[in-house]
Design a protein around this ligand. Structure first.
Ligand code: SF4
Length: 377
């Protein structure tokens, strides 16, 4: 393992539009590279330009906290940060990978967020996050925190093979239960499920059941991408070594799409499996509205709800223009309440979607969304 220390020029990344999966408008990568070394990790793909040998080498942005202090300080900003969760996690390196024990960048980032009174959504696969329960609790008491863990399944044996550097799912779930007991909102990101290995209905149901039993607030689901080059070569090598009979099926679903996506039919089929199971268990498949409704500005609240409706309609096999409408709304600079009469000039906003937007503007809620999600959240 090689550690490379670098000085970064900036840390906080502002998204072009609110991310309705994480409810975040800002994210950051404190580390590049990840010794968790998940076999499917797309951080290995050439397009991310992660230096060194992925899974072994890590680049540490040693000046991250000084820079973040400047980037987060409201007194130093011409335009204030918008109100939403700041995402700590994701990207090309887990914020709680072992290197964090020495460098403490995630802990110090949380201290800054706590000082500046900012909400945070943490996504990790590591139980090391328990170390920072104290600061997270302080943020959660004053503001809001979501703790999410990602899983490719709830099966410990499969995890040992595909996620060799992280605690097994049973341990991750135990950590989530500890956070739940302390009053945190918690999520499961069941992604990526591994084709023909963890995408079977009984394996998906095992994960959903475990999440429900742990009292988790929502599950977000996604399939795997496999980009040509280092990511695909590495993954297929491990797959062939352990499940040689499954390799041919991958040629069938991964047909060299430039983003490494599997076929639409495949994603549709696993999404349907997941959706049917979660409907039966009654667990939300998007972050519940009660966790963000009072936090977002009106345009962002509308974007999120339109995208959530879009997702639910597609899961139900229906055609939807809600995603397109959400994209149009994301281009509008003024508050939507100031252009109420002109809403139908936005691309993708027909009379039905306009009515939904007006209802959200007037009440903060959407009866249509609540009906679709079949749970009042
Ligand atoms: S924990 Fe996340 S970033 Fe790290 S190797 Fe696994 S998938 Fe990649």
């Amino acid at each position: 393992m090689k550690i490379r220390e670098i000085e970064a020029k900036s840390i906080l990344r502002k998204y072009r539009k609110i991310d309705s999966w994480f409810l975040s408008g800002y994210g950051m990568n404190l580390y590049r590279g990840c010794t968790h070394n998940c076999v499917y990790c797309d951080g290995r793909a050439e397009g991310y330009y992660v230096e060194g040998e992925f899974g072994h080498d890590v680049t540490v942005k040693i000046n991250a906290i000084d820079i973040l202090k400047r980037e987060l300080d409201p007194n130093r900003k011409r335009v204030p940060l918008k109100s939403c969760f700041i995402l700590l996690g994701g990207g090309v390196g887990d914020s709680y990978q072992p290197t964090e024990k020495k460098y403490l960048l995630s802990r110090k980032t949380l201290e800054l967020l706590n000082n500046f009174n900012l909400p945070v959504h943490v996504l990790t696969k590591s139980t090391l996050i328990e170390r920072d329960m104290d600061i997270l609790k302080s943020i959660n008491d004053k503001n809001r925190v979501i703790i999410s863990f990602s899983f490719s399944s709830a099966d410990d044996k499969t995890s040992v093979l595909f996620e060799p550097g992280v605690p097994v799912p049973t341990k991750r779930l135990e950590t989530l239960v500890k956070f739940k007991k302390q009053g945190f909102a918690c999520g499961m990101f069941l992604m990526p499920v591994i084709p023909y290995v963890t995408d079977k209905p009984e394996i998906i149901e095992q994960a959903v059941k475990a999440a429900v039993e742990a009292g988790i607030d929502f599950i977000i689901f996604g399939g795997m991408t496999l980009k040509q080059g280092r990511q695909k070569d590495y993954f297929m090598n491990v797959l062939r070594g352990n499940y040689p009979q499954l390799a041919a099926g991958y040629d069938h679903i991964y047909t060299e799409n430039q983003w490494g996506e599997a076929s639409r039919e495949y994603y549709h089929s696993i999404n349907q499996t997941f959706f049917t199971i979660t409907q039966a268990y009654g667990i939300p498949v998007r972050i519940p509205q009660k966790l963000y409704n009072d936090m977002l500005n009106e345009n962002d609240r509308i974007i999120v709800l339109l995208e959530h409706i879009d997702y639910l309609l597609k899961m139900k096999g229906e055609k939807s223009y809600y995603g397109y409408a959400a994209y149009s709304v994301s281009k509008v600079r003024e508050p939507l309440s100031t252009i109420r009469e002109k809403l139908d000039t936005l691309k993708g906003v027909g009379p039905g979607i306009k009515k939904v937007i007006l209802e959200i503007l007037d009440t903060g809620r959407s009866a249509y969304f609540e009906k679709l999600s079949a749970c009042k959240n």
